[in-house]
Design a protein around this ligand. Structure first.
Ligand code: ADP
Ligand code: 5GP
Length: 197
C-alpha cells in the first residue's frame, strides 16, 4: 500500500469546513440556521432524510427527504448515510453524497443533527466545528415546543425528556450558544464560524 493520500482513520481532512449544529428540539436550531443562511449563503445546508411524518409547513426535499422505514434501512445498508440515529421513535440521517461532494469542492457544509449523529461525524471528521444551541432554560424550551404546536403533548414530553440527556452532552461541543435573543445568537454563530485566524 502506498502512503500517498492515505487517510488516517478518524481524521479525514476536508477541503471545505464541516459544521455540526446540535441542540434540544425546540431550542431554535432551525430558526437560527435559517437566519444564518440568509446572511451567509456560502454555507450549504445538508438536507437530512427522516421517517417522521411531514409537518404542515414542510416540503419534501427542502426540509427533509421524507421516506418510510424500509427505504431508510435500505439506504443505511447501501452505505448512503454518513451518519444516522433514532430520535423520538424515528430515523434521521445525513445523505453522504451531497456532503462529500460539497466538501470536496471546498464548500462549507452545515449539518443540523442530534447528539448521537454528531458523535458519529466526529469519529470520522475530527476537524469538524461543533456548536450546541441551548435554550435559555428548560421552561422556555417547553414553552417554545408548545407554541410551535407541531407535536402532540406525548411527543412534547418525549422531546423534553430527550432534551435533558442532550443538554448533558453540551460540554462535548466546541462552542455553546444560548438562543435567547435570536439576532444575537445568529451573530454569535457567525463569529464562531468566520472568526479570523
Ligand atoms: P428546533 O429547530 O431547535 O426544534 P425551532 O427553530 O423550530 O427549534 O424553534 C422552536 C420554536 O421556538 C419556534 O416556534 C420558533 O419560532 C421559536 N424560537 C426560536 N428561536 C427563538 C428565540 N430566540 N426567541 C423566542 N422564540 C424562538
Ligand atoms: P425534528 O423532528 O424536530 O425536525 O428533528 C428532531 C431531531 O433530529 C433534531 O434534534 C434534529 O437536529 C435531528 N436531526 C435532523 N436531521 C438529522 C440527521 O440527519 N441526523 C441526525 N442524527 N439527527 C438529525
Amino acid at each position: 500500500m502506498n502512503n500517498i493520500n492515505m487517510n488516517t482513520v478518524g481524521n479525514e481532512k476536508t477541503k471545505g469546513m464541516l459544521i455540526v449544529v446540535s441542540g434540544p428540539s425546540g431550542s431554535g436550531k432551525g430558526t437560527v440556521i435559517k437566519r444564518l443562511l440568509e446572511k451567509r449563503p456560502e454555507i450549504y445546508l445538508s438536507v437530512s432524510a427522516t421517517t417522521r411524518p411531514k409537518r404542515e409547513n414542510e416540503e419534501d426535499g427542502v426540509h427533509y427527504y421524507f421516506m418510510n422505514k424500509t427505504e431508510f434501512e435500505r439506504k443505511i445498508k447501501a452505505g448512503e448515510m454518513l451518519e444516522h440515529a433514532v430520535f423520538a421513535e424515528n430515523y434521521y440521517g445525513t445523505p453522504a453524497s451531497y456532503v462529500l461532494e460539497r466538501l470536496e469542492n471546498g464548500q462549507n457544509v452545515l449539518l443540523e443533527i442530534e447528539v448521537d449523529g454528531a458523535g458519529q461525524i466526529l469519529t470520522k471528521y475530527r476537524d469538524a466545528l461543533t456548536v450546541f444551541i441551548s435554550p435559555p432554560s428548560m421552561d422556555e424550551l417547553r414553552r417554545r415546543l408548545q407554541k410551535r404546536g407541531t407535536e402532540n403533548e406525548r411527543m412534547i414530553q418525549k422531546r423534553t425528556k430527550i432534551a435533558f440527556r442532550e443538554m448533558r452532552e453540551r460540554g462535548n461541543y466546541d462552542y455553546i450558544v444560548i438562543n435567547d435573543d435570536l439576532e444575537r445568537a445568529v451573530t454569535e454563530i457567525e463569529n464562531i464560524i468566520f472568526k479570523p485566524n
